[in-house]
Design a binder for this molecule. Structure first.
Ligand code: ZN
Length: 307
């Protein structure tokens, strides 16, 4: 591993801390190195707050050292005014002479302009260190903007005889999870913007789809209930967490957090759901079953990861 790769690896470690809070922004990490010593570190903690570069620069005790330092950043510094001023401008203003970038920003607002701005200011810029890893880190962001849909993770637990939720002889739901796996399931939920289940899973398992066994916010809950035949006393309809119910016709909202969203069930509903999620800026979707719903995602090629 080269020195540049070592410091970009550290950027990746830092960036990952933002997993649950940066969306719709990408996760980004930054490290400032002076004569082979890290003098500053930062990452993008939360959407709307300071970018990684700003946090890294702020963490440096002796600002005079910046003039002799290199800033490493997992993603190209921004060059446009968003919720915060451009990071490329800050790097120029602080007179940091060298910038090492993991990967270019793939989207129009930045897309090489940050690099161009830095180079025009006389800064030495290296691009593409651990590029694949840096792109992998922001795969949700890339998928969302490229395919105009969330990054989709399918998740199920399966018995050795190939069943995911049913005891065939008794026809009743069987619990396959242990306390540890349910902890992990809740961690996964906290890491996603939304969770989807089909009607049958909602009915048989009566899940609350919350993250009660883990830290973080509850994802948006999604359920398909074409004819609104699900009992209204299910956990999903408790009105405590934002919930979308996909139905055939529009209806009044039963409470402030539950919204009925009409779909055309004479057509494939998955692309319609993807469109709704894209419009609502949902970058990551966890599909928790059941088998028919999971299979329809697989058959449509609409999935990125399976757990
Ligand atoms: Zn920035």
């Amino acid at each position: 591993m080269t020195k540049d790769e070592k410091y970009i690896s550290r950027c990746l470690q830092l960036a990952y801390n933002g997993l649950c809070n940066t969306a719709p922004n990408p996760m980004v990490g930054a490290v400032i190195v002076h004569h082979d010593t890290i003098i500053g570190e930062g990452y993008h903690i939360r959407c709307g707050e300071a970018h990684a570069e700003v946090n890294a620069i702020r963490s440096v005790k002796d600002e005079n050292l910046l003039k002799e330092s290199t800033i490493y950043v997992s993603l190209e510094p921004c060059s446009h005014y968003g919720k915060t001023p451009p990071c490329a401008d800050l790097i120029i203003e602080k007179r940091i002479p060298k910038v090492v970038i993991g990967c270019m920003d793939p989207f129009s607002m930045v897309a090489g302009r940050g690099i161009e701005k830095l180079r025009k200011a006389g800064i030495e810029v290296t691009v593409g260190v651990l590029e694949e890893e840096c792109r992998h880190l922001i795969r949700r962001f890339i998928t969302f903007h490229t395919f105009k849909r969330p990054y989709i993770t399918l998740k199920w637990a399966e018995s050795a005889d190939g069943f995911i939720d049913m005891n065939r002889t008794e026809g009743k739901p069987v619990i396959l999870s242990s306390p540890l796996t349910s902890l992990l399931a809740h961690k996964k939920r906290a890491e996603h913007d939304a969770i989807l289940v089909g009607r049958r899973t909602a009915l048989l398992d009566n899940p609350s789809l919350s993250t009660r066994n883990w830290y973080g916010t509850h994802p948006l809950r999604l359920v398909i209930d074409k004819d609104l035949t699900l009992p209204r006393d299910l956990e999903l309809f408790n009105g405590r967490i934002r919930t979308f119910v996909f139905t055939r016709e529009s209806h009044h909202q039963p409470n402030a957090l539950t919204t009925y969203i009409p779909l055309d069930f004479s057509k494939d509903i998955l692309p319609q759901i993807m469109e709704v999620l894209y419009q609502n800026k949902i970058q990551s979707l966890l599909v928790e079953g059941g088998s028919i719903l999971l299979q329809s995602f697989i058959d449509s090629g609409l999935w990125d990861e399976a757990l």
